[in-house]
Design a protein around this ligand. Structure first.
Ligand SMILES: Cc1cc2nc3c(=O)[nH]c(=O)nc-3n(C[C@H](O)[C@H](O)[C@H](O)COP(=O)(O)OP(=O)(O)OC[C@H]3O[C@@H](n4cnc5c(N)ncnc54)[C@H](O)[C@@H]3O)c2cc1C
Length: 300
């Protein structure tokens, strides 16, 4: 067997955490980079009902706490740095991973577990900074808000989950620019029954100005009619795309080849298309760790 290479994992969401944990169980210490806080997107989930072992479901933040405890038990700590660039040198067959800390780390194997990033609302560029500060793409920053009115733009699982989450303490209005709702029927049903959530379809935001009673006065057009909706915050839940902004062009070209060679692994939401679920992400991570161990062995 070849000697064990340095392994770098980009992202400490469920996929990266599971990879690090399984590698550690094989005696392989990987360097796990996280730009924000461990747990990833899961911190936004109101109620996770499809991770086995929690018959009553569990909130995203509580599940993240359990994941972090599991890493702690194995003495795994994420390095709080953003991976800015990953390059690959074909002669030495080595990756070079650069972080915002100004460090460059060599690695024989890289596991990309960087998840997805929110699609930005196309109108965001034209919005003034003093208004922009009330606009978010995830719910996590608003979880402590009470008595506010929050507009959510979007009609997928995340939009409906955010609405249900915030409705416990706030009023919510969901704006769907079309008529199709992509959220799970179960979530749609819960939203329908929730008196704190209003829903408008064929509704587009035409203007956002500073408000009087609330921070924002949002001009909404529906069926040819304009109304002004007061709001304290807006969340844009307009889908997400894989986040591989740190790839160099060279790495982008080599990606497929390196995956085939077993030097590069993509795990979790970054590579799962529409199959973005915690258990799939953790399963991917465990599988990647097993492949790394079987390919590279346990010898240092
Ligand atoms: C509202 C909502 C509800 C959900 N509910 C459920 C549910 O009920 N059941 C379920 O199974 N799934 C649910 N999900 C989906 C679940 O959260 C994701 O499938 C899961 O978090 C994916 O894990 P991941 O590790 O692949 O990616 P992520 O969780 O996105 O983690 C990626 C991590 O990488 C980090 N990162 C990215 N780029 C860099 C970089 N350059 N340098 C360093 N770190 C980086 C990010 O900060 C992040 O922590 C929900 C998601 C949302 C938004």
């Amino acid at each position: 067997m070849k000697s064990k290479p340095e392994v770098i994992i980009v992202g400490a969401g469920p996929a990266g955490m599971a990879t690090a944990l399984q590698l550690k169980r094989y005696g392989i210490d990987a360097v796990l980079f996280e730009k924000d806080r461990p747990g990833g997107l899961l911190i936004n989930a109101r109620l996770v009902e499809n991770v086995m072992g929690f018959p009553k479901g569990i909130s995203g933040p509580d599940l993240v706490k359990l994941f972090c405890g599991q890493l702690k038990r194995f003495d795994i700590n994420a390095v709080n740095e953003t991976v800015m660039k990953i390059d690959y040198d074909e002669i030495s067959e080595t990756f070079s991973v650069s972080t915002n800390g100004g460090s460059h780390y060599p690695a024989g194997v890289v596991v990309v577990a960087s998840g997805t990033r929110a699609n930005e609302w196309d109108q965001l560029n034209s919005i003034l900074p003093e208004i922009k500060k009330y606009i978010f793409h995830e719910v996590v920053a608003l979880l402590d808000e009470k008595g506010k009115k929050i507009i959510i733009i979007g009609a997928g699982d995340a939009a409906f989950d955010y609405a249900l989450n915030l409705s416990a303490e706030n009023e919510v209005l969901i704006l769907n620019r079309g008529t199709e709702i992509k959220a799970l029927l179960l979530l749609q049903d819960r939203v329908k029954k929730n008196p704190a959530i209003d829903y408008m379809d064929l509704a587009t935001v035409e203007s956002i100005d500073p408000g009087k009673k609330r921070s924002l006065a949002v001009g909404v057009r529906q069926n040819g009619k304009n109304t002004i909706q007061g709001a304290d915050f807006i969340i844009c839940a307009l889908g997400r795309e894989p986040d591989k902004r740190f790839y160099t062009l060279a790495l982008n070209k080599l990606e497929e080849q390196l995956i085939l060679r077993g030097s590069l692994h993509l795990v979790g939401d970054v590579s799962n298309g529409s199959y973005r679920q915690v258990s799939i992400a953790t399963g991917n991570g465990i599988q990647a760790a097993m492949k790394i161990y079987h390919q590279w062995g346990s010898g240092q």
